[in-house]
Design a protein around this ligand. Structure first.
Ligand SMILES: Cc1cc2nc3c(=O)[nH]c(=O)nc-3n(C[C@H](O)[C@H](O)[C@H](O)COP(=O)(O)OP(=O)(O)OC[C@H]3O[C@@H](n4cnc5c(N)ncnc54)[C@H](O)[C@@H]3O)c2cc1C
Length: 324
């Protein structure tokens, strides 16, 4: 049985981000602790973690951890990594995970398998799969040396476990004081996005618009569809560079990497750089006037047509279907 630490983050409801539950599901049968940096989960969050097999829930505390910093998070996790005797330390390949895990890996002098999209166990040995060359190739990764081995998991890629752990973990929450020395780069303030929608990287359904949207105003038709089906709206880089959408909405190699259950691409050609960010979506639907558009080679369902006609029809039909 491997000893595993999952470093989790909280969502807006103080529940663990869903990638934590995805990891817990795949690590079933091992001894698993979950750590939070700065603040811990709500009671419902701790209960959920226990149901999926978490033994100890550690809340790493220091007055230097009131807001995110790469140095602070790395120092805090380093301390428990050493004292806890963990074989593997997982986190989500979120904005924070992508930022501080490489630093932690350097500080612990250990390997990091980043942005892993699947993994299996052979006994206590981890075998992972991670995309590279913008998702064109998949590498099989195996960790060598004594560890602790670091692994970051792409959110939504593993899928939620279909059942809870056979034996619930203790889910015992305890504060753990960690020694964080001076943090040189401090976050002074965080400006939250105006949207109350789920972040793109965690969204289960995404509707994205490309250059064909023509202007920012036209994104309203995507917002309307998204509201009906509970989706988050994304954009191609051409749409972002043209000023139709903010960079936070960009999907792709230089934007966000997403793995929703459903990705609807509207007026997006399907460049390699866009595909790099969304090719692990479970079902892809493309709406494009050009039947030769490369997106159709990746799409599960294609609609050849004008998005300005198709999207309002989709919105209307989904409204009727869902009784909204
Ligand atoms: C280093 C680098 C990094 C990059 N990173 C990214 C990235 O992160 N994300 C990203 O998206 N791109 C990225 N790009 C840019 C990428 O190469 C493409 O230029 C970009 O993805 C094209 O965006 P698009 O599909 O919206 O526009 P276009 O390629 O112009 O495609 C528009 C599509 O809309 C269709 N269309 C036109 N009118 C309609 C209509 N009325 N209804 C339906 N369809 C219509 C057209 O047939 C066409 O297929 C990057 C490029 C480089 C070099």
């Amino acid at each position: 049985m491997a000893k595993i630490l999952i470093v989790s983050e909280l969502n807006q409801s103080s529940l663990p981000k869903s990638v934590t539950i995805e990891i817990l599901g795949k690590c079933k049968g091992h001894q698993i602790d979950v750590a939070f940096v700065g603040a811990g989960p709500s009671e419902a969050g701790s209960k959920m973690l226990a149901e999926y097999g978490a033994q100890n829930i550690l809340v790493l505390k220091s007055d230097k951890l009131s807001s995110y910093s790469c140095e602070g998070y790395s120092a805090a996790v380093k301390e428990v990594a050493k004292s806890g005797g963990y074989h593997y330390i997982f986190t989500g390949a979120t904005a924070a995970g992508k930022d501080y895990f490489p630093r932690l890996s350097a500080e612990l002098q250990t390997g990091l398998a980043s942005d892993v999209t699947n993994f299996t166990w052979e006994g206590d040995k981890f075998f992972g799969t991670r995309p590279f060359f913008a998702g064109k190739c998949l590498a099989k990764v195996e960790m060598q040396g004594s560890g602790p081995h670091l692994i970051s998991i792409r959110p939504n890629a593993l899928g939620m476990p279909t059942e809870k752990a056979a034996a619930a973990g203790a889910g015992k929450v305890s504060d753990t004081a960690v020694n964080v020395s001076e943090v040189k780069a401090l976050v002074k303030s965080i400006i939250k996005a105006a949207s109350s929608k789920v972040d793109l990287t965690e969204a289960n359904v995404i509707v994205s618009g490309g250059r064909a949207m023509k202007n920012a105003e036209n994104f309203k038709i995507l917002d309307e569809l998204a509201d009906v089906i509970g989706a988050t709206v994304g954009a191609s880089r051409a749409a972002v560079d043209s000023g139709f959408a903010p960079h936070a909405m960009q999907v792709g190699q230089t934007g966000k990497t997403v793995s929703p259950s459903l990705y609807i691409a509207c007026g997006i050609s399907g460049s390699i750089q866009h595909l790099a960010g969304m090719r692990t979506s479970k079902v892809i639907v493309a709406v494009n006037t050009d039947p030769e558009a490369p997106i159709f080679t990746r799409a599960d369902y294609g609609i050849v047509g004008d998005l300005f006609k198709i999207v309002p029809i989709l919105t209307k039909e989904f409204k009727a279907l869902l009784g909204k």
